[in-house]
Design a protein around this ligand. Structure first.
Ligand code: BGC
Length: 750
């Protein structure tokens, strides 16, 4: 049933178009039918189409686009008073939303403006009723150090979104791992702005290649979960622009998302979703963002202040208990009183329309089609194989071959691999395995190891009793012990492994020196047993084909090539904030945190303080080794151009991850936050004995500091040292470049 007509207000000019019975958009109409409806002309630029569609809309139609519903509206919107949501709108929502997904914004069928059907998130389509392919966690794919991995993943999960009737993904999580215990670090892409911006940008690009919208989130400095809805983050503009905001800036440039989701927290005393500085000044003015800002679910606190400070769309309304800040009555009252101008409402709607036209949502309506889950699982497996990080490998235990007996211990390795919790937790193909209320994906490493090593005898022990596990370990040639650390949206985690897992590893390692530890964690953990085992593989949350990826790396079918996108601290004393602000008191307790480490996040903080981490940013081993040579660099305008050769000096094919760090001769005189920054990186596959010349360039913003008073980027004149190597703590080839002073506006789009 379509009730769009009932919402038309008599005031606006209405172009009469028959309302399709199905509620689908009549976008395939012949050209002549577009005569009075220029927004349907796919050849026109999205700006012109958005303006034309806006001009044809009534007030009530405009208000539909700025007020979104959550999936829970299906059951609960009926109880909302009729003067807040009209019976027609309630009925439209209930009959059109995609059951089990994140949210829904009604379209305007009369004009061919589609409903927005929103699904979480970065690891795959989350719908309680529809199975989908779970990619490795975003942090894992960041460990690939290869943007083609998240791009391929984005293409795949975006195709699944489209095939299940969703035209908007709430995907593109990018908050920096400023707090290593942040329960959502697994949804984000690491601690470095260049790496994070590149990886999130590629994911968004991949998703939007399906002619749907992707939503970068959570804007901004939403770097911990404790008290996430009441936390007031104090951070200087300079620090923000050089850290969290730089990551967003790069990702938005590279991925061109249709929408940005503002965050729950307050930033410098202003809510993320009514933060004039972030939304109007930085995002829309300085960066020239043409799309729209949608709220996180429940992150709106007002009508006119939110709208005027940059929020374009309220999302997630469901129930009589919710505040309908952007509901039709509140918006009409604000328009009547002049608190919101008609121009501002038009701007909100035009931005939403622009995103729908620019990404191709309008011209390519989503429809439900079958999905090839086997092909998609292969994409997830490849991503995991590119992303797992071999942290330690002393001796020649790996790759495993010719082994007669293996003890596999712990981590529910007989049942599956761990996944993170919260809104990104997809319903996997094959069904979730729930253990202690945590989701495991049905991809058991035990079965995968048996498949890779059919002649080996493999015994399993749950690890519940370290003494029993050690007894089994003592009898085996080799032990593979799995440890898991659950992280979830809504809570911050701990660096310490839960339960008896540290004791388990120590007991097993004492019983058998040939012990490999496989870690499935959301982010960094402490490893008090690191010195007692010869090999450690960090698998993060490795996705729906995590089992085979782990087995193929352990057995050498795949040469490991992941590198850490975060530092693993050696202790909580090394953290910028040893205590998590707001941890402990009840949820929603007003809490303040001052990020006085500024832009010195992750390895930059470690460098600044002279701390030696447990595992350094960029670290990761291979079964082969690479040699760098002939490193040359030169200034190229404001940027730096550089090149070097890499040779695979080992006996196996493998992938090198070249990382170029840049350091001013005097970093304090250059006003940097820390002695060095990642300036560029590249992953290259090389056969044994082969070499390749790599050419890269360093973005001027990575050489500059941000000056808030004049809204400038500024590079200080001087000598800059460049270092290329395979990790932030690896031996480096060096080169030097002299840069002239350079100052330019940070309002790059103006
Ligand atoms: C999360 C968002 C998510 C939204 C919709 C919120 O709780 O913070 O990341 O997209 O829910 O599910």
């Amino acid at each position: 049933m379509n009730t769009g007509i009932a919402l038309l207000a008599a005031t606006a000019a209405v172009i009469s178009v028959p309302v399709p019975a199905s509620g689908q958009n009549p976008t395939q109409a012949p050209a002549s039918a577009h005569a009075n409806q220029p927004w349907r002309e796919s050849k026109l630029p999205p700006e012109a189409r958005a303006k034309a569609a806006l001009a044809a809309m009534t007030l009530d139609e405009k208000l539909r686009l700025v007020f979104g519903f959550s999936d829970q509206a299906l059951t609960d919107v009926a109880k909302v008073p009729a003067d807040i949501v009209s019976p027609e709108l309630k009925n439209y929502v209930i009959t059109h939303l995609v059951k089990g997904s994140a949210g829904f914004v009604p379209g305007v069928p009369r004009l061919g403006i589609p409903d927005q059907t929103q699904t979480d998130a970065s690891m795959g389509v989350r719908n309680s009723f529809i199975p989908s392919t779970a990619m490795p966690s975003s942090l894992a794919t960041a460990a690939s150090f290869d943007p083609e991995v998240p791009r391929a993943g984005g293409r795949m999960i975006g195709a699944e979104a489209r095939a299940t009737g969703h035209n908007t993904m709430l995907a593109g999580g990018i908050n920096l791992a400023r707090e290593p215990r942040n329960g959502r670090n697994f949804e984000y892409v690491g601690e470095d702005p260049l790496l994070a911006g590149t990886m999130a940008g590629a994911l968004i690009d991949g998703i939007q290649s399906n002619r749907i919208i992707s939503t970068i989130k959570h804007f901004a400095v939403n770097d911990q979960e404790s008290q996430r809805t009441t936390l007031d983050v104090t951070i200087a503009a300079e620090a923000m622009r050089q850290s969290d905001l730089l990551a967003f800036e790069l990702a938005i440039e590279q991925g061109r998302p249709g929408s940005v989701m503002c965050s729950y927290n307050l930033i410098n005393g202003r809510w993320g979703c009514e933060n004039d500085y972030l939304l109007n000044t930085v995002l829309k003015h300085d960066w020239g963002f043409k799309g729209f800002v949608m709220s996180d679910w429940g992150a709106v606190h007002s009508t006119a202040p939110a709208a005027n400070n940059g929020l374009d769309q309220f999302t997630g309304f469901c129930c009589a208990t919710d505040q309908p800040w952007f509901g039709p009555p509140a918006m009409k009252a604000a328009l009547r009183s002049g608190a919101i101008s008609p121009q501002r409402l038009d701007d909100m709607v035009e931005r939403i329309l622009w995103a729908l036209f620019a990404t191709g949502v309008v011209d390519n309506p989503v429809k439900v089609t079958p999905t090839d889950y086997v092909a998609n699982a292969a994409v997830a497996q490849k991503a995991a194989e590119e992303s797992l990080v071999l942290l330690k490998h002393d001796g020649d235990l790996l790759p495993l071959h010719g082994v007669k007996s293996i003890a596999v211990i712990g981590g529910n390795a007989d049942k599956g691999v761990m996944a993170g919790g919260g809104s990104s937790d997809v319903t996997p193909v094959g069904g979730s395995v729930m253990i202690d209320q945590h989701t495991f994906l049905p991809s058991p490493p035990l079965a995968a190891l048996s498949q890779e090593l059919p002649r080996a005898r493999i015994d399993f022990d749950t690890g519940a009793d370290p003494a029993a596990a050690a007894a089994l370990a003592a009898k085996a040639d080799v032990v593979v012990v799995f440890v898991t650390q659950h992280d979830s949206e809504g809570n911050d985690g701990s660096l310490e492994l839960s339960g008896n897992q540290d004791a388990l590893v120590a007991a097993v390692a004492a019983a058998n020196a040939k012990t490999v530890v496989v870690v499935e964690s959301g982010g960094a953990i402490l490893m008090p047993w690191a010195g007692q085992v010869p090999a450690i593989l960090e698998a993060f949350y490795p996705g729906i084909r995590g089992g085979p990826a782990i087995a193929r790396i352990l057995t050498g079918k795949v040469n490991p090539s992941g590198r850490l996108p975060i530092s693993f601290p050696a202790s909580t004393d090394q953290l910028a904030h040893p205590q998590i602000a707001g941890l402990g008191p009840p949820f929603d307790t007003p809490t303040a945190v001052t990020y006085d480490e500024g832009a010195a996040v992750g390895y930059k903080w470690h460098d600044l303080k002279g701390y030696k981490p447990l595992w350094a940013f960029g670290h990761g081993l291979s079964y082969t080794r690479f040699v760098f040579s002939n490193f040359v660099a030169q200034a190229d305008g404001r940027a730096i151009k550089l090149s070097f050769s890499i040779r695979n000096a080992g006996r196996r094919a493998g992938k090198s991850v070249a990382q170029v760090y840049v350091a001013p001769a005097d970093w304090q005189a250059a006003a940097w936050e820390a002695p060095r920054r990642l300036g560029a990186f590249a992953k290259t596959e090389l056969k044994s004995g082969k070499s390749q010349r790599i050419e890269l360039s360093i973005d001027p913003r990575l050489l500059a500091t941000y000056e808030a008073a004049r809204n400038n980027w500024r590079i200080r004149a001087g000598t800059y040292r460049l270092m290329v190597g395979e990790a932030s703590d690896a031996p480096m080839q060096t080169a030097e470049v002299t840069l002239a002073e350079s100052i330019w506006s940070a309002a790059t789009a103006q």
